[in-house]
Design a protein around this ligand. Structure first.
Ligand code: GDP
Length: 407
């Protein structure tokens, strides 16, 4: 009996060991060895379709919400007013409600690092190519490619290469300084000699009126808010018209910008008539004797006729008070050819008088400045170089080129 029992036990053990080996062998093939012990199933297998509410419970979201709720300054804002935090005298006084924006003169020079970071490849690439001992056909082709890759556009690229070839030939031997000087001159010439003033002075005794147009998402509302700061920094009083009634948050967003610099925002109900808001904004500007009225518009590119009807109506209604002094088209520099197509559509619908190129901090395709000016025959007047409140700079060709090639 004992012998039988011993044999049965021995058999059971043998089977268990054998099947264990097989299973562990299979397991080893299917899973990496470290995974099963370190990641319990509840965590390694999150629901395939997370619920909206789940997101808010993640530890990353919570501090962000809290900061926004209690209104603590963002990193950008904190950096703007370090004295208010550090200086106890300032800290005791009630916090000033209205901010003083940075002066606008020389902003592009101050922000050039933003450009240099993303545009480096264009300017430095060109300089390196031009410095080659033998400027053969292949090198000129590479120079052309570099310009095309940066979205300069075909015709301006060919013009520039032709000019460079001519001048390099005349120059004979070339020092790096000579080459830099030559490239600088030619790039500046390519950017053209335009009047880049944002016209905010009305010829009549009424506020200057600026209409801001562009596709939603390009940074139109942000730009309108930043432009209000530019004008306030230059000593002007501003009224804002929130005529983008299509995008739900646009009016709130604009009002926040306005409140920060003490500019009143005229707004209407969500989905309301943009033209009547624009009309009321100019009326308010006249009543307040404001210097400038900025009108943000809706930028849905549904159909060209729809866009034309909407913007045309806003323009006509505003012009009942007096002429529009500036129509700025906001374009996202990162959208390349798409941006140019948008520009074309808007230019057919309204008479654009200036271009604002946003997000130049996020692209190496700075050549779009040249391309869009050629396309519309209208100057780039302002450039957006970041999300900070004072990251909108008047466009200066020389400072722009210096940022590209270094000086
Ligand atoms: P709208 O729909 O055209 O009114 O777009 P918004 O004004 O809401 O801007 C869309 C996004 O672009 C926001 O997150 C802005 O902060 C961002 N933005 C606007 N201008 C710039 C810029 O010059 N640089 C960067 N990096 N972001 C920008």
């Amino acid at each position: 009996m004992e012998l039988i029992l011993a044999v049965v036990i021995a058999l059971v053990v043998a089977v268990a060991v054998t099947s264990g080996l097989v299973i562990s062998g299979r397991k080893k093939k299917q899973l990496p060895p470290a995974e099963p012990p370190s990641t319990p199933p509840t965590i390694t297998a999150p629901p395939a379709e997370p619920h909206v509410g789940d997101e808010a419970e993640t530890p990353r979201e919570e501090p962000r919400r809290t900061v926004e709720e209690v209104g603590l300054p963002t990193a950008e804002e904190a950096a703007e007013a370090p004295a208010a935090v550090e200086d106890p005298v300032v800290a005791e006084a009630p916090a000033p409600e209205i901010e003083v924006p940075e002066p606008t003169a020389g902003r592009l020079v101050r922000l050039r690092a933003r450009l240099a970071r993303s545009q480096n490849s264009l300017g430095k690439g060109l300089l390196t190519l031009l410095s080659r001992e033998h400027l053969d056909e292949d090198t000129w082709e590479e120079i052309e490619e570099t310009l095309l890759t940066a979205d300069v556009g075909v015709a301006p690229t060919q013009e520039l290469v032709e000019r460079l070839r001519e001048r390099v030939k005349v120059l004979g031997t070339r020092t790096p300084e000579e080459l830099r000087g030559l490239l600088r001159e030619e790039l500046i010439a390519l950017l053209g000699d335009y009047d880049r003033t944002v016209h905010t002075e009305s010829p009549e005794d009424t506020p200057g009126v600026v209409m801001v147009v562009g596709v939603n998402g390009t940074g139109k509302t942000t730009t309108t808010g930043k432009l209000a700061r530019v004008l306030v920094a230059d000593g002007k009083s501003v009224v804002l018209g929130a005529a983008d009634t299509f995008r739900a948050a646009a009016a709130d967003q604009l009002q926040t910008w306005g409140d920060r610099v003490g500019a009143r925002t005229v707004r209407g109900p969500e989905g309301g008539d943009p033209a009547s808001i624009a009309f009321d904004a100019v009326k308010e500007g006249i009543a307040e004797k404001a210097d400038v009225v900025l009108v943000d518009t809706a930028g849905r590119l549904h159909t060209k006729t729809g866009l034309m009807d909407e913007l045309g109506k806003v323009k006509r209604v505003v012009e009942k008070h007096g002429p529009l002094d500036e129509i700025l088209l906001v374009l996202d520099a990162t959208t390349g050819q798409n941006g140019l197509i948008q520009a074309r559509v808007f230019a057919e619908v309204v008479d654009i008088t200036g271009i604002v190129l946003t997000k130049l901090d996020g692209t190496a395709k700075g050549g779009i400045v040249v391309a869009v000016q050629r396309e519309l025959g209208v100057p780039v007047k302002l450039v957006g170089l970041g999300e900070g409140p004072d990251d909108l700079a008047p466009f200066e060709p020389a400072a722009f080129v210096d940022a590209l090639i270094g000086d």
